[in-house]
Design a binder for this molecule. Sequence first.
Ligand code: THG
Length: 372
Amino acid sequence: MTGAAIFPTRRLRATPYTARVEAAGVSGYTVYNHMFLPTVFKSLEEDYHHLKKYAQIWDVSVERQVQLKGPDAHKLACIMSARDLRNAQPGRCYYAPICNSKGGLINDPVALCIAPDIYWFSIADSDMLHWAAGLAQGMGLDVEVTEPDVSPLAIQGPMAEDLLVDVFGPEIRDIKFFRFSTFPFKGRMLNIARSGWSKQGGFEIYLDDSSLGLDLWDAITAKGEPYNLRAGCPNLIERVESGLLGYGNDMTIKDTPLEIGLEKYCALDSDLDFIGKEALLKQRALGTKKQLKGLYIDGPKLGPITIPLLCQKDSKAVGIATSGVYSPDLDRNIAFAMLDNPACEKGQKINININGGIQTATVCEIMDFIQS
Ligand code: THG
């Protein structure tokens, strides 16, 4: 890492909210779907404590929508997604892993059924637009695949609901988890879902007109004071504690849903034919050779792990830690790690290379972070 600034170009897209994010004092970005995604405002720990107590406004425009529209939209959604979308209902969201024919994960979007002939795949960081369009072309489907002008804005944290009631009205309370309803804003009807990439509760507003980005941001922040609202972003500490996996970091095309614990979102026991099913059934029958697990890492407070660290047992490589950090609330260092059998078994002791030194760690279930 050089610490040099990133040179902005047309390929690196700003968002409808970037001006406000900058004004709010963003201090770090990553690149996600060729766009800026904030990673830190004050500090990872300050952002974390604030998120768990108040309300935050997050620019998650990077959650791009791949829209399938037309007579064959449903058919394409069903073949693409490992999740069974055959009975998808308008107004509902579905966590929907997408695999290639070998079962390798190519994305883990939230699928929204907008209408029987319109689906949005709210994607993680990989170019799904080309995959979906390629499938439509190759299969001769009557469906239009586009990236519409939609830029989600998330309001997260325990006070998110009260805040959005002040902005959009009491009907906000009626939205159930992973469902959405429409609310008027400046002459448009916006989809608002109870969802988001934290476990602190909250909503995602699917703004479908970039020119209203600053107005939407301002309308919400204008009501923010009673809730101590401030700008935030997906927080590394909170999301590891919550077991939320990041595509490209905790899982890649080299991993299958069975290896990362997403089997429950895959329709393996149905008669649905989706891409990757055969390979996944075969893997399930043979058993996986590696698993994404949790780690409790010994030693002093761990700085953020954002680049994989080597894990060893008896001086042999057994995998990598993919994300991790010190958790103030658990008062422990926690991480995700992709580990080979049998090092991945709960209770196993492994070594991890941190800054040239060796630290000991104990394997656990990712769910243990949430339950402890
Ligand atoms: N919201 C939207 N789009 C997204 C994300 C999001 N696109 C990128 C990325 N995040 C996709 N990945 C996830 C991973 C987990 C969840 C959502 C998106 C999630 N999981 C819940 C859980 O694990 O408890 C619930 C899943 C369920 O039970 O259906 O929320 O955050 N728009």
